[in-house]
Ligand binder design. Structure first.
Ligand SMILES: Nc1ncnc2c1ncn2[C@@H]1O[C@H](COP(=O)(O)OP(=O)(O)O)[C@@H](O)[C@H]1O
Ligand SMILES: [Mg+2]
Length: 304
């Protein structure tokens, strides 16, 4: 048992957010922490990585001390309204009415607030019930949508500062800004566009949203494949013009790719002012939970 914590995984689409979410779950559940993985994309890839047919709207076990759930905006909104309007008949009538849909569409951020509120209900159940999870890992929306999601409490707080909605927004905001409870992981891959995007997103999350950041995550980094002597040999073969040999050409490609990645990793470090955590490339064509141990081990170093 440990204090519940919220780990938020974000970054540009395709950089490996879902994979990193699963790897974190692998690491924390194996370390004895009851963990819930939360996917916000629908349909997302998490079920596939976890090897289950689909994720449901209620948390379901997917492994030892490991549960997963699909966080659906509409459903979250319905229970959010029910929590704000405690008279069930009234809130059901409200939810069923077109008026509500129109209001929901007109209040930017209300669906996001509802999603955050659902997260908090999992993290901090009401009354004396103890939390069911020690860690909740949020596979957050891609960059462009993630800052709005996380800044919702402030955006909406300006409209509703009193009453149950105000209280609820304040609780979310406290969670999101508390380094003892929340950590955001911005994921990049070692490519120029992804590095630029990650640095920009981190600046927004730090300065505007003010969510505590973990070190930058560099995912899918090629390993070093050759000993120094082999590298020298490859380079001298290139100098001798033997690149027509396919194996030598493949080896040289590997060397060049690693060189490029290293320079992008240096740029990630320079642009963020922090040493990135490197997660290894998984060569298995099927990147699923039980193949993620090397990735889980690497990220475990920076998990709270
Ligand atoms: N460390 C890794 N090594 C190899 N392939 C990876 C790694 N991380 C992610 N991938 C692959 O990259 C693709 C995108 O990953 P995914 O986790 O779905 O990204 P996102 O959730 O950010 O869109 C998938 O095909 C996934 O298997
Ligand atoms: Mg994804």
């Amino acid at each position: 048992m440990s204090d519940p914590r919220l780990l938020i995984v974000t970054g540009k689409g395709g950089v490996g957010k879902t994979t990193v979410t699963a790897a974190i779950g692998r690491a924390t559940s194996r370390a004895g922490l009851r963990t819930l993985l939360v996917e916000t994309a629908s349909p997302g890839r998490l079920a596939n990585v976890l090897r289950v047919p689909s994720l449901e709207a209620e948390p379901r076990p997917v492994g030892e001390r490991l549960d997963a759930v699909a966080l659906d905006a509409d459903r979250a909104l319905a229970s959010f309204v029910q929590s704000l309007v405690p008279l069930r008949l009234l809130s059901n009538a409200l939810l069923a009415s077109d008026t509500f849909r129109i209001v929901a569409a007109a209040v930017p951020g209300i669906a996001e607030a509802a999603m955050l509120s659902q997260l908090l209900a999992w993290l901090e159940p009401r009354g004396l019930r103890r939390p069911a999870w020690d860690r909740i890992v949020l596979d957050a929306p891609a960059s462009g949508h993630s800052a709005p999601l996380l800044s919702t409490p402030e955006t909406l707080g300006g409209i509703a500062s009193v009453g149950p909605l105000g209280t609820s927004l304040r609780r979310m905001s406290e969670w999101l800004r508390d380094p003892a409870r929340t950590r955001a992981f911005v994921v990049a891959i070692p490519e120029a566009w992804a590095v630029a995007e990650a640095a920009e997103l981190r600046a927004v999350l730090r300065d505007e949203v003010r969510v505590p950041l973990a070190p930058p995550i560099a995912n899918a980094v090629f390993p070093r494949r050759f000993a120094a002597a082999d590298e020298e040999r490859l380079l001298s073969e290139r100098a001798a013009g033997s690149v027509d040999d396919r194996l030598i050409a493949a080896g040289l490609y590997f060397l060049r790719r690693r060189g490029d990645e290293k320079s992008h990793l240096r740029e990630l470090r320079r642009a963020t002012g922090e040493i990135p955590v490197e997660l290894p490339f998984v060569f298995d064509p099927d990147v699923r939970l039980d193949r993620l141990d090397p990735v889980a081990a690497a990220i475990a170093e920076v998990l709270p």
